[in-house]
Write a protein that binds this ligand. Structure first.
Ligand code: COA
Length: 260
């Protein structure tokens, strides 16, 4: 697949997407959102890929937000449409991927950038990263799920303060708040993230996909997460991965999972 705004590479079980508009601090324009959707869809169905990593090109930014130049003159309807399309194509799409998707936050993650990182299953930040939802400073609110996912991750009070002040927090503060799982020197960010991806890959892809679904069920209106867990726990018993995992344990050998 040929992309203009992103780079996609597959190696050693990892599909890496790099948002590649460094001169605009990797701001998410509509074309980039569509390309991210297409790339994620193809990595999700690529048997060579077990874990997906999303990062930004350059040393300065993961993503400095939605592209402000694109929506500055939008009407009420166009604004609502922008948020709806973006959420469907990218942010909800990422959250519901069956393959573990990690944000390697290598610099500014602002507005839509932080929203993208938050839609990923978890986040690892470089020590120079700065995170925030500055939308109210532009007279708008987060529209790609930020008002929902930030309180889920760091609690309502802290999210309210970040959103209302439009301020940025450091990687260390993000770590203390639970927004990112690890903070590492920038030069080590990708290797560190790939190390975690490699540990994930030793486990059953089928079970991991179902675990993602169950964790997400806790945050879905009208869905009983416990029931979702019971149903999916049961489904695991019918898989080759379960037979392989339990047999390998009893035979004292390493399991070779197929994701089936
Ligand atoms: N949308 C569109 N363009 C953006 C952008 C965004 N969200 N963020 C940065 N850019 C562009 C700048 O316009 C500039 O382009 P130019 O060189 O053609 O003028 C380029 O990226 C570099 O950004 P610049 O502002 O010069 O870098 P800086 O180091 O001085 O400041 C930031 C960095 C992140 C503090 C600043 O770019 C910023 O505040 N960006 C907007 C953040 C935001 O509000 N995001 C939420 C959007 S809803």
């Amino acid at each position: 697949m040929n992309f203009e705004n992103i780079l996609v590479a597959v190696a050693n079980g990892i599909g890496q997407i790099t948002i590649n508009r460094p001169s605009k601090l990797n701001a998410l324009n509509v074309a980039t959102i569509q390309e991210l959707h297409d790339a994620l869809e193809s990595l999700e169905t690529n048997d060579d890929v077990l874990v997906i990593i999303i990062t930004g090109e350059g040393e300065k930014a993961f993503v400095a937000g939605a592209d402000i130049s694109e929506f500055a003159n939008f009407t009420i309807e166009e604004g609502a449409q922008l948020a709806a399309q973006g959420q469907e194509l990218l942010f909800d799409f990422v959250e519901n991927l069956k393959k573990p998707t990690i944000a390697a936050v290598n610099g500014f993650a602002l507005g839509g950038g932080l929203e993208l990182a938050m839609a990923c299953h978890f986040r690892i930040a470089s020590d120079n990263a700065k995170m925030g939802l500055p939308e109210v400073s532009l007279g708008v609110i987060p529209g790609y799920g930020g008002t929902q996912r930030l309180p889920q991750l760091i609690g309502k009070g802290r999210a309210m303060e970040m959103i209302m002040t439009a301020g940025m927090i450091s990687a260390e503060d993000a770590f203390r708040a639970g927004l990112v799982n690890h903070v590492v020197p920038q030069a080590e960010l990708l290797d560190f993230t790939k190390g975690i991806a490699t540990r994930i890959m030793r486990n059953s892809p089928f079970a991991i996909g179902r675990a993602i679904k169950c964790v997400n069920a806790n945050f879905k209106d009208g869905t009983n997460g416990y029931e979702t867990e019971i149903r999916n726990f049961g489904k695991c018993f019918g898989t080759e991965d379960f037979k392989e995992g339990t047999t390998a344990f009893l035979e004292k050998r390493k399991a070779e999972f197929k994701g089936k």
